[in-house]
Design a protein around this ligand. Structure first.
Ligand code: ATP
Ligand code: MG
Length: 490
């Protein structure tokens, strides 16, 4: 069995050197140029002292420089720990310690932390000035080797370092292309962070497929729409908050038909959003995936977007998926934990044998998400097990209530969590951000929920707020919602 491939960028630069690997607003590079730049950086990293197998933490904003750095570190055989640029210095340092990183490479703006940290630290500008050493380059990537580590976004608890092997990334890219196909003119608009698996997986696909990436940073709905309208890109990865902004900005217009895939992931997709896309013929592929599965592992093709509205589709070809409840396979429509298996699934968590053993049993990964499949095998993700609200013995999924609130014409964003209640144990409490220029009272919103939801699911309190807490991937941080409650009402 083959358990290795040639180094991806090296092979790509050999096969299609002249093709554009990456565009940014004012720069572009072919695969050959990207390869040259990666070799150069690998020489500088080697001069610094970076060696094969070492964990190197990388803290950079999306840029061509960052893309080159990731490849350069892989050329040396280092393990790249990708850090979220929105973290506080305390959280960053915690990750450095937790991972045992040997080096910290940071964008210049984080250079100020250099002296406070025990791990040898260098800014990207300082690295550029170093001479290059000769260094043996990794001509092959072994599928079992760890390529990257990403801490989960910590939406539900303390972050854990997810180990992602070269094999995980390879199979994720293959699974995706077996689903979406590949066209000669394909170009992927990357506006999601490369430190998150949704962004990194675009870079991996790029070198494996020979596909161009158009990079934009920071995300800007108007610019993203302009890029799509100009016909420069054919695909884009988004989370629902990004898509929502793009649609508001788009107004009456729609995208050209060559734009063939809006890959929507990261969390539940509000139905009204999907309906607008359907009416505008925007080809949304709703996906389900996580850091631990190296990007999406199930997707819903646009042809099912009407009949299976709200489903995350079927598993990608290399992935097996089942629903488990009370230790047995669930029946169709019966809710249970989503359990998956496939070559894109992580080996486990860094330095966390117990968490790994808990999550991976008999080769199956327990996602911690609740969902069900219909009789045809289409997956519906209900919510995270840990966000479940149990009220008087009834299970309430916050996502269901959020979806109802989002279908109200005045509501832009909604978040629901459980609050303690003497009688019921917990009751749902909602936080709502209204659309610009729209008015709605909490009484009106409650009345609206009463028409759509069983009584026990109707939020007992609704707060209208300016902003909902989200992480760098723009995901709702439900456990932080409670901080929005005025102190005297907690
Ligand atoms: P942590 O594990 O630290 O709580 P996280 O789970 O938010 O962080 P990610 O790996 O980025 O970190 O997110 C994956 C999660 O996002 C999934 O486990 C699931 O809960 C949610 N998710 C992804 N796709 C969907 C979807 N289509 N519908 C509902 N939820 C989704
Ligand atoms: Mg998770």
């Amino acid at each position: 069995m083959y358990t290795s491939t040639p180094n991806w960028l090296m092979q790509r630069a050999f096969l299609t050197p002249e093709r554009i690997a990456i565009y940014s607003e004012n720069e572009q590079k072919t695969f050959a140029q990207l390869h040259e730049a990666a070799i150069k950086k690998a020489g500088k990293l080697a001069h610094l002292g970076v060696r094969k197998g070492e964990i190197v933490a990388l803290l950079m904003r999306n840029s061509i420089n960052m893309v080159e750095m990731i490849h350069a570190l892989h050329y040396i055989g280092a393990v790249v720990l990708l850090q979220n640029v929105r973290l506080t210095v305390h959280e960053l340092v915690w990750q450095l310690q937790d991972s045992g990183a040997k080096w910290w490479i940071v964008g210049d703006e984080w250079g100020v932390y250099k002296d406070e940290i025990a791990v040898p630290t260098i800014t990207t500008s300082e690295l550029e000035k170093l001479p290059q050493d000769d260094v043996p380059l990794q001509e092959q990537y072994h599928f079992d080797d760890i390529a990257t580590i990403m801490y989960t976004s910590g939406t539900t608890g303390k972050p854990k370092g997810v180990l992602q092997t070269y094999g995980n990334h390879w199979w994720s890219a293959v699974g995706s292309v077996l689903n979406l196909g590949l066209y000669e003119n394909d170009c992927w608009l990357a506006a999601v962070p490369f430190f998150h698996v949704s962004g990194l997986s675009i870079l991996m696909r790029s070198v494996i497929y020979g596909m161009s990436v158009y990079m934009m940073d920071p995300f800007d709905a108007k610019k993203a729409n302009e890029i799509i309208m100009s016909g420069k890109v054919t695909m884009m990865s988004v989370v629902s908050a990004m898509l929502q902004q793009m649609l508001s900005q788009l107004g009456e217009r729609t995208y050209p038909c060559m734009f063939r895939c809006m890959l929507l992931g990261g969390g539940p997709a509000p139905k009204p959003l999907l309906e607008v896309c359907r009416d505008k013929n925007i080809p949304v592929y709703q996906t389900y995936g996580m850091t631990e599965t190296a990007s999406q592992m199930a997707t819903l093709a646009p042809e099912y977007s009407i009949t299976k509205l709200g489903s995350a589709g079927k598993p990608l070809f290399p992935v097996q998926l089942r629903i488990e409840t009370e230790g047995r396979a669930a029946r169709s429509y019966e809710a249970g934990e989503i359990v998956v298996k496939g070559p894109n699934v992580t080996k486990g968590y860094l330095h966390r044998p117990e968490a790994t053993e808990k999550a991976i049993r008999d080769g199956w990964f327990y996602t911690g998400d609740i969902g069900y499949v219909d009789e045809e095998g289409f997956l519906y993700v209900l919510d995270r097990r840990s966000d479940l609200i149990i009220s008087g013995g009834e299970n309430i999924y916050p996502a269901e209530i959020e979806a109802v609130l989002l279908s109200h014409e005045a509501v832009e964003e909604a978040g629901v969590t459980g609050i303690a209640d003497e009688r019921w144990g917990q009751v749902p409490c909602a936080f709502v951000k209204l659309k610009n220029g729209c008015v709605a009272t909490t009484e009106q919103l409650t009345a609206f929920c009463q028409t759509q939801l069983a009584k026990y699911k109707v939020p007992k309190r609704i707060y209208i707020v300016d902003e909902l807490p989200r992480n760098a991937a723009k995901k709702l941080l439900r456990r932080e919602l409670l901080h929005l409650i005025p102190k005297d009402q907690r």
